[in-house]
Structures are given as structure tokens and as C-alpha cells.
Ligand binder design. Structure first.
Ligand code: SAM
Length: 214
């Protein structure tokens, strides 16, 4: 399933109007609950709390980025494909653009800045194993206790597992790599269905939302 720029351009055309994934929605809800429990959007001295800040890795056409922006977040949206910027900027509502920064870089090198949430929907599997492990370490290092990591990954039964340019691992391996996190949402699904571009594919999809605790 390793893919080129033309593939991703077609992917953006098809997915640009699709709703956000449930992982990012769950993460937003968790923060909203915490903010409400802490007394709402104001500090104890009456000043507004700073906007929450998310890094959306492999943002594509921005289905998750837009959900975050609509929830009032600032978002750094990162992708290797320049076409992602074009698709994203065309699709974001004008009144939300001040919260958005798009950055074009390969995740194999990207230094994740400190943030409240790293969101990575269906992008990390496209890194080969060594780059995947380095990116994972940078994500974990960017998160302070209380911050969250939301992701959609491919398991070792996925059809892409035979592609050496990709990283598809047993679910238990990802779980072990989340030591130091409280896993708040965890799902593993395996089925045959078409990809967004209509190609048949055997999926082994792992998703989680995890809160850094130490
Ligand atoms: C399946 S799409 C997912 C897009 C978006 N997160 C979504 O769920 O709609 C994978 C995205 O990861 C990006 N991607 C793949 N490998 C990458 C890499 N090495 N560095 C940065 N982005 C990458 C692709 O360009 C593409 O936009």
C-alpha cells in the first residue's frame, strides 16, 4: 500500500469532506470534560485559558484538523505532501484559519513540538520500522503528563504488513510501547473492505487514545 504523490492527491479529493475519525473526537471530548471540571474556559483570576494546541501528523486534507479548529484548538498540521496544504487550506472555513498552521515535512525527520495532543490518523504506518520507532520516541518526548496521543495504526494482519517500507505491528507491541500512558480508548478491528479509493484491502486497524501519566 506504500503510496506516491498522485495516490495521495486522489485520496485528498475523495476524503476532503469526510467527517473526523472517532479517535480525535474522543480526545477533544476528554479535554473538554477536564476543562469543564476545572471550572470552564477562564483561569481563577478571570483571564481566559490559553487555547489548546494539537499537532496533527499526516493531516491529509484535514478531516481531523478541522474538527480540532471547530472545537477552538490551535493546530499545527503536518504532512509530507504539498497537495495536503492546498486541500487543507481550501477546505478550512475562513473564520477558523487563524488557528491553523500547515507544515510540509517528512515525519521521519519532524521534531514534534510540545503540545496538548498529538493526533496521528493512518499516517505512521507509512514509515519504515526504524523511522517509525524514531517518530514514536519524538511523539512521546513532546508530551507532558496530562497530554494525549490519539492514533490509528495498522496491525500485523493488515495486507500492508508484507510491505517493507511500512510498519504494521501486533496490537500488543503498540500497547507495550504506551508504557507511561493511561489508555483511555482501545480498539482492534480486522475485516475486508475497500480503501477510500475503492481498492479491496484486508484491514487490521488499531486505534487508541492515551493520556500521558509519567
Ligand atoms: C491515509 S492518509 C491519512 C490522512 C488523514 N490523517 C486522514 O485520516 O484523512 C496518510 C497521510 O500520511 C501522509 N504521509 C505518509 N507518509 C508520510 C511521511 N513519511 N511523512 C509525512 N506524511 C506522510 C500522506 O501524505 C497522507 O496525507
Amino acid at each position: 500500500m506504500g503510496a506516491d504523490s498522485e495516490h495521495w492527491f486522489d485520496y485528498y479529493t475523495v476524503t476532503v469532506d469526510r467527517p473526523a475519525w472517532r479517535t480525535v473526537k474522543l480526545a477533544i471530548d476528554k479535554f473538554r470534560e477536564e476543562d469543564a471540571a476545572a471550572g470552564g474556559p477562564l483561569r481563577s483570576d478571570g483571564r481566559p485559558l490559553p487555547r489548546r494546541f494539537a499537532v496533527d501528523l499526516g493531516c491529509g486534507a484535514g478531516r481531523d484538523t478541522r474538527e480540532l479548529l471547530r472545537a477552538g484548538w490551535r493546530v499545527l498540521a503536518v504532512d509530507r505532501e504539498p497537495a495536503a496544504r492546498t486541500a487543507m487550506e481550501a477546505a478550512v472555513e475562513p473564520n477558523l484559519r487563524d488557528g491553523l498552521q500547515v507544515h510540509i515535512e517528512d515525519l521521519a525527520a519532524f521534531e514534534v513540538p510540545p503540545c496538548d495532543l498529538v493526533n496521528a490518523s493512518l499516517c505512521l504506518p507509512f514509515l519504515p520500522p526504524e523511522a517509525f520507532e524514531a517518530a514514536w520516541r519524538r511523539i512521546v518526548a513532546a508530551l507532558e503528563p496530562g497530554a494525549r496521543f490519539a492514533a490509528m495504526l495498522f496491525g500485523d494482519h493488515d495486507e500492508s504488513a508484507s510491505d517493507p517500507t511500512m510498519t504494521c505491528q501486533p496490537p500488543g507491541r503498540f500497547e507495550a510501547d504506551l508504557a507511561g500512558f493511561e489508555i483511555e480508548h482501545w480498539s482492534v478491528e480486522e475485516d475486508d473492505r475497500p480503501t477510500a479509493l475503492g481498492e479491496p484491502h484486508h484491514f487490521h486497524l488499531i486505534e487508541f487514545v492515551a493520556r500521558k501519566v509519567g
